[in-house]
Ligand binder design. Structure first.
Ligand SMILES: [Zn+2]
Length: 171
């Protein structure tokens, strides 16, 4: 099923998610399938469980946006173990629709995570995949990408969002 995406302002987005300890269960597999479905429906390249209101350390990524099955990636309990270089580029978030900001990130990032079966793996990504690793792992720690932009830009964004909330256009 396609879950509605939780928007900025909901506290579930700013809490540290719980570590997952049960793997390879029908519930987890269903949740992962639903997360991919929800991400594709929202046309995103990454989705963290808190974004559908579930406070668990689970994220899915597909930088090909459904074009290449080999790009489908599940990360459970991910940790950033190495990063290097830099890239500056536009970044957005399904939970903050309608906004894009220039964000400076590492160019190459290595994560350690578990898959749906609980097996640990390490993976290195560059460019967009590196950005997705960082963005989604931060979601699981209650951190949003707007913490990486200037306070001035962030305040402007928050004011615009407040306006949308008052108009009932932000649910
Ligand atoms: Zn996001």
């Amino acid at each position: 099923m396609v879950y509605p995406i939780v928007k900025f302002g909901d506290s579930v987005l700013e809490r540290v998610a719980d570590t997952v300890s049960e793997f390879d269960t029908p519930e987890l597999n269903q949740l992962l399938a639903d997360m991919f479905e929800s991400m594709y429906a929202a046309k995103g390249v990454g989705l963290a469980a808190p974004q559908i209101g579930i406070g668990k350390k689970i994220a899915v990524i597909d930088v090909s946006n459904g074009e290449n099955p080999a790009d489908k990636l599940v990360m459970i309990n991910p940790k950033i173990v190495h990063f290097e270089g830099k890239q500056v580029g536009e970044e957005g978030c399904l939970s903050i629709p309608g906004f894009l900001e220039q964000v400076r990130r590492a160019k190459r990032v290595t994560i350690q995570a578990q898959n749906a079966k609980g097996e640990e793996f390490e993976m290195t990504g560059e460019d967009l995949l590196a950005r997705a690793f960082l963005h989604e792992t931060e979601h699981l720690h209650g951190r949003l990408y707007i913490t990486h932009i200037s306070a001035l830009k962030r305040d402007l964004m928050k004011r615009k969002i407040k306006k949308l909330q008052r108009a009932g256009d932000w649910d």
